[in-house]
Design a binder for this molecule. Sequence first.
Ligand code: GLC
Length: 544
Amino acid sequence: MERDFLSRYGVYQIYPMSFCDANGDGKGDIPGILSKLDYLQSLGVRVIWFSPLYPSPMWDMGYDIADYYDINPIFGTMADFDLLMEETKRRGMRVIMDLVVNHTSDQHPWFLEALRNPDSKYRDYYIFRKGKGKNGRKPPNNWTSTFFGSAWKEVPEEQGTFYLHLYSEHQPDLNWHNEAVYQEVKKIVEYWMDKGVYGFRCDVISEIYKESLEDGKRGMPGRPTGFEHYIATPGCHRILKRLRKEVIEPRHGVLIGECYGVERDQAAAFLDDELDTLFGFEITDPGIFKKTMASERFRQILMSWQKLECNGNYLENHDQHRAIGKYVREGPFEKEGGKMLIALLCSLKGVPFFFQGQEIGMKDYRHLSLEESHDAVAHFLDGMLKRYWMPKPLRRWFARKYGRDDARCPMPFLPESGHGFTNSSVEPWQKFNELSSRINVALEEKDETSILHFFRRCLRLRQVDDVLSLGNIRFLPSDEEVLLFLRERKGAKRLCVFNLSDKEKPIPSLVLENTTKNLLLSNYLHGKKEESLLPYEFGIYAIK
Ligand code: GLC
């Protein structure tokens, strides 16, 4: 079963702009990725998810697609992609494409035609409405965009007519009430699957179907206004069921859903003949002042999402801050902490997801100025706060907190200049993280105790151990800041203990009773004290 395949092998995410640059223009590309397939294979990676590779004006770094049937010239050609499919297949790897179909780019020919000719059939591919107010110049409803401000943009050439965009105005929303939109997406999915693609990571899939365009309730903190009219709607479920049945299932493919805004109790329905696995946001959403370190809240969220049949377990991706510094305190125990988080992802039920660089314990890049930032969110947020006269230092704090650049730096393979990301002397599209000369693949290869070596061992353990990858999960009572659980399958058991804090904690008696002789993996092999769990210590034990 495909869900089992994903659970066993996990998924590694590549952010193409930042992975490896072969043509020396400072931007990652497919030939660069090809040159690193042996590295990925050595990690044990079997499934790769690529953030969008399609042609795009890059307003939202490719999440604004201008052509669903081609490859962005920044990344190469279709011939390069075909070679990528061949080379991954030869190594037993499978490829997942990003499918961004809540919206297109405003440069997509459908949208250009919809603007040029209001009578064209493409007009109804999008959501155009008349404005309100005396002269019709007010937006059709009070919805706000996830990227701040109104979710409606007035068409410059047609006063009083607006189109909906839940993200930036350069990302007009598709109208999923129109059967033609479904047929177009079906064709796109078939096209890539015929090329051998294994499946899709479906971008903000939880919000594609707007059940109504009525005004939204105001004042739901952290939620754009209008939210309740388009998150996890019955229409969205109908579409996913149909796509799965008509296209995905016959081809033994997979659908992974980014379920933005979906509550835990709404999530299960998406796993019922729709998605193979999904990402919720509770675990990574920092809120404004919420405590996100290893806290009771973190534990509760984690345990509650584990009740799902197949949760997507992730701590990092291109939209999030790096895990070290967020969940794990920076400092003397950060290396153990980084290993512990990888082990946690490899021990939970569901599908583990890793973001490029996580295998070396990469951290956020904190010195990027707003001027150097390519992230739409950072800029929109700054612009909005400026309108409220917020002073610059505070604005920068918000941009840092919500901006998404910090984890998007080029991947460092080597300590020296260019870092093996590029061999040219051009400035990369995004600055290197200044830690790249210290945290990089080559140095970690030489160090047996590195996060990189640990990552290989850990992923391998999950891949060969059916109990860890496919077993049921049962949480046991434990000290707060400690996670204790059992994975069970066909009578075999694994006991897993994780100290989520940077303080010593008493060892749960169940762990003591099971002694170290059954230890399958830990992050502290040397100098271990018997009576306590050291900072961020974890252990996975085979027990009777
Ligand atoms: C998803 C993507 C994010 C993008 C947004 C709009 O959340 O991960 O990068 O900005 O969708 O497409």
